[in-house]
Design a protein around this ligand. Structure first.
Ligand SMILES: *Cc1c(COP(=O)(O)O)cnc(C)c1O
Length: 406
């Protein structure tokens, strides 16, 4: 006779985590590549093969003409902004629900980040919210495909093309997400990815930029390499740039990780579909809304609460069940952080924000109804390719039970 059924306490279940081996695809393939890189004795990507192979394979996977690896997602976005080369005080339209790594590069290149509001249901910027922030100083648009759900890109590209404004895609959370059959990172003019610990594939830190545009690719390459004209007849340091190179150890791991990317995304999709399937008909809580014509790549799985109280309340319930979720995601819009709110940049200069039009830095709540509503309603569940049916059912049961208490 089993006594296990008599004691009804739910069995503790630990979910695989992207912060350690339980939820990462790091294994023998990475070790083998890394060993090869170390034995080669060449650890700089200016001379070695691994980073170059990764760049080529990453670009090929996306059908992009050029790929350049760098040291982080932030570096990748910095390269993209530097490639666009704004004049000081020109504006780059972006979102306030993103990683700060998408915003500080704009400041470092002397441009003013101008925040477009977001759709309160998908949490992404739209052509309408971007259009409302356009000015004669707009130099570029940077979109974030938040949580792996692509922005509705056709109307955004139509708007941008009509005005000759380049579009940078922040794909740090959207590896292999698609929109109308095309991959994120190839929808705009230049696509940026991160290989940080918690992304779909990882090297701990790392980044990569793809583009079809020869001139942009050239500037990205130079910006990674102190703008030194490697291979030119009369090389020089052509402009102000940093060393943002990926090293060969990272390149070797990145190459091994890349081979696993399609499998990771496919499993995340399958797992997400399973959860969505078992959450139908819940009152007060909805499954993520995927952009029309898009395939989500499920960096996270976001529940949406129909009331402001629902998200923190359900969040507390889920955490009691061992599900490490994040009500409100980044807690506050980026413009409420000190760097922007108090304009803390270079010394006491406030540069380049002191050049901004007053409307461009007016962060009044009334200008951002969608942004505030989105952060109030979202409940971010960690998501992972290693979730088993049991893990998904554990999450689904907890969500159903928690939703019933709202
Ligand atoms: C992770 C992330 C970044 C920054 O990447 P790092 O590699 O951490 O510098 C930028 N944008 C978004 C949307 C991200 O999720």
């Amino acid at each position: 006779m089993s006594t296990a059924t008599a004691t009804a306490a739910p069995r503790p279940l630990t979910l695989p985590s992207d912060q350690d081996a339980s939820g990462r695809t790091l294994g023998d393939e990475e070790i083998a590549m890394l060993t090869e890189a170390i034995r080669s004795g060449t650890l700089t990507s200016t001379k070695g093969e691994f980073t170059k192979r990764f760049e080529t394979a990453f670009a090929e996977l996306h059908g992009a003409a050029h790929g350049h690896a760098c040291s982080s997602g932030t570096a990748a976005l910095h390269c993209a902004v530097a490639a666009v080369d704004p004049e000081p005080g020109e504006e780059i339209i972006t979102t306030a629900i993103t990683d700060m790594g998408g915003i500080t590069p704009i400041l470092y290149q002397g441009a003013v980040p101008v925040f477009a509001d977001v759709c309160p249901r998908t949490y992404n910027v739209t052509a309408e919210t971007i259009e409302a922030r356009l000015s004669d100083r707009t130099r570029a648009i940077m979109v974030t495909h938040l949580f792996g759900n692509p922005c509705d890109m056709d109307p955004i590209m139509e708007l941008a093309k009509a005005r000759g404004i380049p579009v940078i895609e922040d794909c740090a959370q959207a590896f292999l997400a698609t929109y109308k059959g095309r991959k994120a990172g190839t929808l705009g003019d230049i696509g940026c990815f991160s290989l940080q610990q918690g992304k779909h594939i990882t090297t701990g830190e790392g980044g990569v930029v793809i583009t079809d545009d020869e001139a942009l690719a050239r500037r990205v390459f130079l910006f990674i390499n102190k703008a030194w004209g490697y291979g030119d007849q009369n090389p020089d340091h052509y402009f102000a740039a940093l060393n943002y190179r990926m090293n060969e150890l990272t390149g070797a791991v990145a190459l091994a990780q890349l081979a696993k990317l399609e499998g990771v995304v496919a499993r995340r999709r399958d797992r997400a579909d399973a959860l969505t399937g078992s959450l139908g008909g819940l009152a007060g809580i909805s499954a993520p809304q995927v952009t029309g014509g898009a395939e989500h790549s499920w960096w996270k799985y976001c529940l949406h609460s129909e009331t402001p109280e629902g998200s923190p309340k359900l969040g507390a319930f889920l955490r009691e069940r061992g599900i490490a979720c994040a009500p409100r995601y980044i807690q506050k819009p980026a413009f409420r952080c000190q760097v922007l709110d108090e304009q803390r940049t270079f010394g006491a200069s406030r540069w380049p924000l002191h050049l901004a039009r007053p409307e461009a830095v007016d962060y009044s709540e009334a200008n951002f109804p969608g942004t505030f509503e989105a952060l109030e309603r979202v409940l971010v569940l960690p998501w992972n390719e290693a979730y088993t049916d049991e893990h998904v059912e554990h999450i689904a049961a907890a969500v159903r039970e928690g939703a019933a208490t709202l």
